[in-house]
Design a protein around this ligand. Structure first.
Ligand code: ATP
Length: 867
């Protein structure tokens, strides 16, 4: 069973060579072949192994400084210092390793959620399965927007064109067909082949799988292997850059400090050196980018839980800042579980009862709907399946509803399909040529205004009004027509004007209740919602009203849009929320027009032609269920359930992530500044260090794994969705943040020096005074954490005090750790601490509370001034 030169072999011979049939393989045979050939998956990129990943943790400025310091203290034979420094180095590497591993695992899990699916024939039936389960000999069905799932020999093609840039570099789509080509044709000229990983841009095809997995052309050149995503966003990259520069500045400053202390202050080198190392370690925010990465990874996971799968990480920031969401209607705002409710034919008006896809229900009044039902059944690519008592649809739900309708009428006339023009959202109709009991007939279904135009001998105005009336009820309206056709091809030209009108069908597609709630939530969050649909203006307006959009009756159609130039459109687009009868091209113009108004736009899409608009939008969102692979590839986010409510959830998570990133920064920078300034000030003033260098290293280590990380796990702050979106390019290092750093660092200094001086003046030994100062610093950091958790509101609520499990866990861990170093003698030796009397301990906690009260009052004044 081998096939070489499939491109040069006639289709039938290819089928024979692979022992396949046009009806597809049997399930058993497919399973056997899967075992033989293995899954249809490209060999995985070898991720960096754990050893290399661990070693990479040492490649970092802070670690270099520490290793240098360990060498110097080792030379001076200060073994305790060397030991502590090396322990810090190791702990840092381990923390980094674990954090990075978690973040990478989160991204890998998400990648698997986006595995493509493929439509194949198995046991003669069309089924959808995971692309990895394809085997040579399978028959695959493709349509515009699909990604070719394996190397295929074309068996049948209609208007097929494929974008093969991935393999051949040719960016224009290439036409494909079943005819064999010369054996020595180059890859790009093998018109009878479809290559795995390329995109179908138009038409439909049926293809035979000839190679899978590593056996495909793309597998051979390893083309997709480079696609590993980096865990970064503009904000994280910006902070990374900032942290790097800051680190060098700090090192420079530390060197100056060392020189000053040695030559001017005449301090003993060893002590001075350790103190300067302490300053550098405390001040360098090297851990910041790693914690931010963890925050992102947690956000990615949270979004995935809410059915929004992040494809490109920067989107996580973008989605949190959107000020407009442009959304599709069908399936996103509505359920896409359609039922035919009304039919309007030249014979009369009918209402149709029945729920779901069951082909049973009564039609009132009874009448002859036979020809309309026949058209509905034949001009149709869906199938209904019955499992126990429930009917489900394979294919387009609207077509499923039409099949159910035909069943209710009692139409059951199978026919052989000769030819078809597939539905395309640009021409808005579909036509099929079938031969059955009524002879050879062309059936057309589509948007009423399009189909009516093809019909002869009709009061056009009257039927437009009747379609409009159905649409006003919120029904989706389709028109049907037919004509006889002696040949075996549909000539698109004969469709224009020569058809017999059969009638209109109105389908209910109820709004999703959760979408109504989500629209309301977005509106409170200052986000405008715009519906962009291919549907009729009347239907769109009715649904928009039910969903709760503003001004639902102000509708612009695609036709209206074509008449506006870009500046006019930019004016109109802001006040209009419903756009009907639009084509994908209009979406791109709408995004651009909205962006021209300074708005940050999220745009949904599903079809192959939506890709440019998705790319252009600040956050492109593709539908996971009904979306094409082309749309998913262009998108930043994919909705696993196609539901508008998931977009709102993603916005909420996006805002949460951004706010947590900001909290991480707002906690870390003042802490670093405060810690390092304590030592700097003491050195410059020639005072005894209130906290020793080893103690500073310890605090850095313990707070780094506890407090510093806790904010990454913060849940959504209340009120997150009642604030307007943040400005698109608002800098993170704002004046407000700088002020916060200065204020908190100053308060830290005052408190630490205050406690230290108080202890010395009380006659306590130096070690005790230093222990008290160190514990004061830790207590301040804990209170600061509680403050930062609610930067947008007040921290004096029960919910704020209750905190979260993560927060209390870290507080417990750090408290236990501080008790241990303060009271356990072996640790006391290493850190040079002394047990703190109970009264002084309480005093330290009180100082923390006063600090908290001060910054909280300052925040309330600031928030009050702003509003
Ligand atoms: P959206 O999902 O963007 O809200 P939509 O799904 O209603 O919009 P399209 O799929 O582009 O938009 O459909 C536009 C119109 O084309 C429909 O209102 C309907 O009249 C017609 N139409 C849709 N699907 C088919 C089909 N399979 N066959 C024939 N006509 C169709």
């Amino acid at each position: 069973m081998t096939l070489t030169n499939a491109h040069a072999t006639p289709a039938s011979a290819c089928l024979a060579a692979l022992e396949a049939s046009p009806e597809g393989l049997t399930a058993n045979e497919a399973a056997r072949r899967l075992a033989q050939h293995g899954p249809n998956r490209l060999p995985e990129v070898r991720a960096r192994g754990p050893v290399l990943r661990f070693l990479m943790q040492f490649h970092n400025v802070l670690i270099y400084v520490l290793l240098g310091a360990a060498a110097v203290t080792g030379t001076l034979q200060h073994w305790v210092d060397t030991g502590v420094i090396l322990a810090v180095v190791l702990a840092n590497a381990v923390i980094g390793f674990v954090q990075e591993g978690k973040a990478e695992a989160a991204m890998a899990a998400i990648r698997n959620m986006l595995a493509p699916r493929a439509a194949v024939l198995r046991d003669g039936h069309r089924t959808t399965l995971d692309g990895v389960d394809l085997v040579p000999g399978d028959i695959v069905l493709l349509e515009a927007g699909d990604k070719v799932p394996a190397d295929l020999r074309v068996l049948e093609a209609r208007g097929l064109a494929v974008q093969e840039a991935l393999l051949t570099g040719e960016s224009l789509p290439v036409e494909k067909g079943p005819e064999p080509v010369a054996a020595d044709a180059a890859l790009g000229d093998r018109r009878s082949m479809l290559w795995s990983g390329t995109l179908v841009t138009q038409g439909t095809a049926r293809g035979l799988v000839v190679a899978t997995g590593a056996g495909t052309e793309i597998g051979r050149i390893g083309g997709l292997l480079a696609g590993v995503e980096q865990l970064t966003t503009p904000l994280v990259a910006q902070m990374d850059h900032f942290a790097r520069w800051l680190s060098f500045l700090i090192l420079l400053f530390a060197a100056l400090l060392l020189a000053y202390g040695y030559f001017v202050g005449h301090m003993p080198f060893a002590d001075l050196f350790m103190a300067v190392v302490g300053v550098a370690v405390a001040a360098i925010p090297e851990g910041l980018p790693a914690v931010m990465t963890v925050t992102l990874a947690i956000g990615v996971q949270a979004m995935a839980r809410r059915h929004a799968i992040v494809r490109r990480l920067p989107a996580i920031e973008a989605i949190g800042s959107v000020s407009v969401i442009c959304t599709d209607k069908t399936g996103t705002l509505t359920r896409n579980e359609m039922v035919v409710a009304a039919a309007d034919t030249p014979e009369g008006t009918f209402s149709i009862a029945g729920e779901g896809y069951a082909p049973q229900g009564t039609i009132t009044p009874s009448g002859d709907l036979g020809r309309l039902a026949l058209a509905a059944a034949l001009c149709n690519d869906a199938r209904l399946h019955r499992k126990d008592a429930t009917w489900t649809v394979e294919g387009d739900p609207m077509e499923g509803a039409l099949l159910a309708f035909a069943g209710k009428v009692g139409s059951d006339h199978p026919g052989r399909r000769w030819d078809a023009i597939p539905f395309d959202s640009r021409h808005r109709f579909m036509a099929v040529l079938t031969e059955g009991a009524f002879g050879r007939l062309v059936h057309v279904k589509g948007a009423p205004e399009r189909v009516l135009r093809m019909c002869a001998g009709l009061d056009q105005a009257q039927w437009h009004d009747r379609a409009e009336a159905l649409a006003k009820r919120g029904l989706r309206v389709l028109a049907f027509a037919e004509r006889t056709e002696p040949g075996n091809k549909i000539d698109p030209k004969v469709l224009e004007g020569g058809l017999t009108f059969l009638g209109l069908v109105g389908l209910i597609d109820p709004p999703r209740p959760e979408a109504i709630a989500a629209v309301a939530e977005c509106r409170t969050a200052g986000i405008r919602i715009k519906m962009i649909t291919g549907d009729h203006a009347g239907t769109a307006a009715a649904i928009a009203g039910q969903i709760g959009l503003e001004n639902p009756d102000r509708v612009l159609t695609g036709h209206d849009l074509d008449k506006l130039d870009d500046p006019q459109l930019a004016l109109e687009v802001v006040g209009t929320n419903v756009f009907a009868r639009t084509s994908p091209e209009h979406k791109l113009r709408l995004v651009t027009a909205l962006q021209a108004n300074g708005l940050s736009v999220a745009m949904t899409g599903d079809g192959v032609n939506d890709a440019p608009a998705l790319k252009r939008a600040d956050a492109g969102i593709a539908m996971g269920l009904k979306g094409s692979e082309a749309a998913k590839e262009a998108a930043d986010l994919v909705l696993a359930d196609d539901n508008f409510a998931s977009i709102a959830a993603a916005v909420r998570e996006g805002r949460t992530v951004y706010s947590n990133l900001k909290k991480v920064i707002s906690w870390t920078l003042p802490t670093s500044a405060g810690e390092s300034m304590v030592i700097v000030l003491a050195l410059l003033l020639g005072l005894a260090l209130p906290i020793t260098a080893v103690q500073i290293l310890w605090i850095n280590l313990i707070t780094g794994i506890t407090l510093g990380l806790a904010l990454a796990f913060e849940p959504t702050e209340s009120g997150t969705m009642s604030r307007p979106p943040r400005a698109r390019h608002a800098p993170i290092l704002s004046g407000e943040l700088v002020w916060h750093v200065v204020l908190v660092a100053a308060l830290f200094l005052a408190a630490v020096f205050g406690v230290f001086t108080y202890a010395i003046e009380k006659g306590y030994p130096l070690a005790l005074a230093q222990t008290m100062a160190m514990n004061t610093l830790v207590v301040l950091e804990i209170f600061h954490l509680f403050f930062i958790r609610n930067i947008h509101g007040t921290s004096l609520t029960w919910a704020a005090a209750k905190g979260t499990r993560v927060v209390w866990t870290v507080v417990l861990v750090i408290t236990a750790a501080q008790f241990a170093v303060t009271y356990l003698s072996p640790l006391r030796v290493v850190l040079g601490t002394a047990p703190v009397p109970l009264f002084e301990g309480l005093l330290i906690v009180c100082i923390g509370a006063v600090f908290f009260a001060l910054i909280e009052i300052e925040k309330q004044i600031r928030l009050g001034l702003r509003s």
